[in-house]
Design a protein around this ligand. Structure first.
Ligand SMILES: *Cc1c(COP(=O)(O)O)cnc(C)c1O
Length: 426
């Protein structure tokens, strides 16, 4: 069987396959750069595991309180080393990225303090956490004020307005690395470093948290290595490598992470409690695989960008742009386009391939959301997935793929569905 036949057997027609190959022909150098980055980050992860003396004892299950859990403690050491921080909190008891961010925020903000976002509106689910949209138990309910400085029209930082917004109450600054469900650019680690330096120049004792979701292992450095006091993310995104079935992480200064541990468990208990219930092999092995998994996802994102750009759709980032996260937005211009795109992604999945995604109300989101995901881990977005809120510009956010070949198939099937629905002509 040749490759075309394989793709035909998987629902991709010859014209769609050939269109894809013509796009891919121009991407060889970009893909080689991505492989180099994966190699570099693979070395970093292996070095961290060796330094922490990871051994078979680290994979044993603990129960109950989980006192003296060697595997848990060494995994946190490994994360601290990979992210270049003093401390790390990496737990299955952190249920998702939003939870990790909530812990980091609420542990480091007290009544009367102010939180500042100098990069515009935060990710949808955080709006209720902060109280931008009212919610029981939001930070606002506990007397934490929120201030926001929007990005400039070109996506840059509005430094004069940021200087103005930082005041004696400003305790924590939150920077979201990835665009989330917005069509602004994602930030490079270097840009984040500049912004942090500026903020700390205005107020030296201000703390900075970076929402690192989808950014891990895309670049050589992480935001924690350019001045962030905390970096926060989800284990069912990049750093879990597709194997972690749950979890979140917070890496940063000893002081900040300790407070997070007290918030997550209880004052006085902190990091000492939290049984691993046998989940640690997937955390270790997932982190081990994460650099190559992220590389596959990046190739998929670039392929999707170049393919849809050539068909005349606006894509963010553009096909030729540098990558700072694994998210690819494709503005499809209509609900029908979003449905067709997601139908194709779903049809390419190893799990739940027979279902058709439809828009639905989701907890934490204001608009209806459509989601295509046929994942081994429910909702895992390091696995091939596409989703987006049903609102103009009708952008689908495409991400993941545990292997590049699966990402490629998904993108070709999305195009096939668009062609079949007569939304594009090749
Ligand atoms: C995914 C994401 C979150 C929230 O993570 P969940 O695991 O879905 O709760 C927060 N911020 C950004 C930028 C994200 O991409």
């Amino acid at each position: 069987m040749n490759l075309l036949q394989t793709y035909e057997a998987n629902g991709v027609s010859r014209p769609v396959y050939e269109f894809g190959e013509s796009v891919l022909n121009e991407l060889r150098e970009r893909f080689a750069d991505i492989d180099r980055m994966a190699e570099l980050n693979q070395g970093k992860v292996i070095h961290a595991m060796q330094e922490a003396r990871v051994d078979a004892a680290c994979f044993a299950a603990t129960t109950g309180y989980g006192y003296d859990d060697v595997g848990r403690d060494r995994l946190e050491q490994v994360y601290a080393s990979v992210f270049g921080t003093e401390a790390a909190l990496v737990r299955p008891q952190i249920t998702c990225g939003t939870h990790a961010l909530t812990v980091a925020l609420s542990a480091n903000l007290l009544p009367g303090d102010e939180l500042l976002s100098p990069v515009g509106l935060p990710y949808d689910t955080l709006q209720e956490v902060i109280g931008i949209r009212p919610s029981p138990c939001s930070l606002a309910e506990y007397g934490v004020r929120y201030r926001q400085v929007d990005l400039l029209p070109d996506g840059g930082f509005d430094y004069p307005a940021i200087r103005e917004a930082i005041n004696e109450k400003t305790k924590l600054i939150t920077i979201q690395r990835s665009k989330g469900y917005a069509t602004r650019p994602s930030f490079s680690v270097a840009q984040i470093g500049e912004l942090i330096a500026f903020c700390k120049g205005v107020k030296p004792d201000v703390r900075v948290m970076v929402d690192n979701c989808y950014g891990e292992f895309v670049e050589e450095l992480e935001p924690s290595q350019v001045g962030a006091d905390m970096c926060v993310g989800s284990l069912i995104k990049n750093p879990g490598g597709g194997l972690a079935p749950i979890g979140g992480y917070i890496v940063g200064t000893k002081d900040c992470v300790e407070r997070c541990a007290y918030r997550l468990s209880a004052p006085g208990l902190g990091q000492e409690v939290g049984a691993n219930l046998g989940i640690l092999p997937s955390f270790y092995q997932g982190l081990f695989l994460a650099p190559t998994v992220v590389a596959g996802a990046l190739k998929g994102a670039i392929f999707a960008a170049c393919l849809y750009e050539r068909l005349g759709f606006r894509v963010v980032p553009g096909g030729a742009e540098e990558r700072h996260d694994i998210i690819q937005a494709v503005e499809l211009g209509s609900e029908a386009g979003m449905r067709a795109f997601c139908k194709g992604i779903q049809a390419a999945a190893p799990v739940d391939s027979y279902v058709e995604p439809i828009p639905w109300a989701m907890p934490g989101y204001d608009d209806e959301v459509i989601m295509a995901a046929g994942a081994f881990v429910q909702g895992s977005s390091i696995e091939l997935s596409a989703d987006g809120p049903i609102r103009p510009p009708y952008a689908v956010y495409f991400q993941g793929g545990l292997t590049w070949y699966h990402a490629k198939l998904g993108i070709l099937r999305s195009l096939q569905a668009m062609v079949d629905a007569e939304l594009v002509r090749l």
